[in-house]
Design a protein around this ligand. Structure first.
Ligand SMILES: Cc1cc2nc3c(=O)[nH]c(=O)nc-3n(C[C@H](O)[C@H](O)[C@H](O)COP(=O)(O)O)c2cc1C
Length: 192
């Protein structure tokens, strides 16, 4: 089974990270890194504590905290064998660190390594409005080969529930990694 790195940071939208974890673990062995702030937001948004989250992780998932800078994926020798790195949701703080090569924690480091190894890096940023600093940081990441996306559910898919909206955003991330799914209905899909 191929492997992939999923990082969850402290932007609003922990649900995106958790939905991705569920979907990615069906298809990949997962290296998972969750920041300290993400655990706080998870508790605020979903009422889920760190211990409960960790208890529910699938067997093919290896969890690391942000301080475990000696994790295997901290090295290009391991990360280069993965399909890449997804940060979802991505805070503007983590965006800024990645854009400026500041590898203060494991999440920043794996993003830095993904860029230097020319692996896929997908940052699903959640913030509004955006400052010029955010936009410049996005430009820097995109110029270095990363993909930056603002979590933006569509309406042409006629979502009826919050879950539908989450699934659209998660589905778009999976599309980028070539993962087949039925999380949202494609525009005028003729089943080819
Ligand atoms: C409830 C809550 C919601 C937050 N939402 C956002 C957000 O949508 N976007 C963002 O960039 N930061 C948000 N933050 C702030 C980040 O958690 C904070 O900047 C943190 O230092 C990010 O650290 P990390 O990137 O290491 O997870 C939020 C914080 C809390 C407590």
């Amino acid at each position: 089974m191929e492997s992939i790195v999923l990082c969850i940071t402290g932007a609003s939208g922990t649900v995106y990270g958790i939905r991705l974890l569920e979907e990615l673990s069906k298809r990949f062995n997962l290296y998972l890194v969750v920041s300290d702030s993400a655990f706080k937001v998870m508790e605020a948004e979903l009422g889920m504590e760190r211990s409960e989250f960790l208890k529910k992780l699938p067997e093919n998932c290896r969890f690391y905290s942000q301080s475990e800078i000696d994790a295997p994926v901290s090295s290009g020798s391991v990360l280069s064998l993965t399909e890449g790195v997804i940060v979802a949701p991505c805070s503007t703080g983590t965006l800024g660190a990645v854009a400026n090569g500041i590898s203060n924690n494991l999440i920043h480091r794996v993003c830095d390594v993904a860029l230097k190894e020319r692996k896929k890096l997908y940052l699903l940023v959640r913030e509004m409005p955006l400052s010029l600093i955010h936009v410049k940081n996005m430009e820097r990441v995109i110029s270095a080969g990363g993909v930056v996306s603002i979590a933006s559910p569509s309406f042409y898919t006629k979502p009826e529930t919050v879950d539908d909206m989450v699934n659209f955003v998660v589905g778009k991330v999976l599309d980028h990694f070539g993962v087949k799914h039925n999380l949202y209905k494609r525009w005028r899909d003729e089943g080819f």
